[in-house]
Ligand binder design. Structure first.
Ligand SMILES: [Zn+2]
Length: 122
C-alpha cells in the first residue's frame, strides 16, 4: 500500500464521529402507574418504543435506555461508524501484512504450498 492510500484510510477513520460500540434493542415497557393502559389485562398498551443500548466498557456490560431523539440518533450513527472503523482497520491490516512480509509469503501471494501450522491451545 502506498503511503498516500494509507493516509487516505486514516483520514476516513478520523472522520468517523462519534464511534459507539454495542447494539440497540427496541423495547415497549410498562410504567409505574397501576391504572395505566399498559396494565390493561385485555389489551395492554405498553409505552415506547424505547431503545436499550447494550455495550461493554472496560470489560463490563453497560446498559442504557434511550428515547427516540438526538441521543438515540447519535448512538445509531456511532454504531454504524464502528462497523466502518472495523472495515477500514481490516484494510489497513491486510495491506500492511503485504508490506511487512516478502511478496511470496504475504496474503496476496499465499498459496497452497504453505504449511498448515497448528496453533498451541491456550
Ligand atoms: Zn403505563
Amino acid at each position: 500500500m502506498s503511503l498516500s492510500s494509507k493516509a487516505l484510510l486514516w483520514q476516513k477513520i478520523i472522520a468517523l464521529d462519534p464511534i459507539c460500540s454495542g447494539s440497540l434493542h427496541e423495547q415497549y415497557l410498562p410504567c409505574g402507574k397501576s391504572n395505566c393502559q399498559c396494565k390493561n389485562s385485555q389489551h395492554p398498551q405498553r409505552h415506547g418504543p424505547y431503545y436499550l443500548w447494550v455495550r461493554r466498557l472496560n470489560g463490563k456490560q453497560v446498559n442504557r435506555t434511550l428515547k427516540p431523539g438526538p441521543e438515540l440518533e447519535k448512538v445509531r450513527k456511532g454504531i454504524a461508524n464502528y462497523q466502518l472503523l472495523q472495515t477500514y482497520l481490516g484494510q489497513v491490516l491486510l495491506e500492511d501484512e503485504n508490506r511487512v512480509l516478502e511478496p511470496d509469503r504475504a496474503w496476496m501471494g499465499a498459496t497452497k504450498k504453505n504449511f498448515r501450522w497448528k496453533l498451541p491451545k491456550s
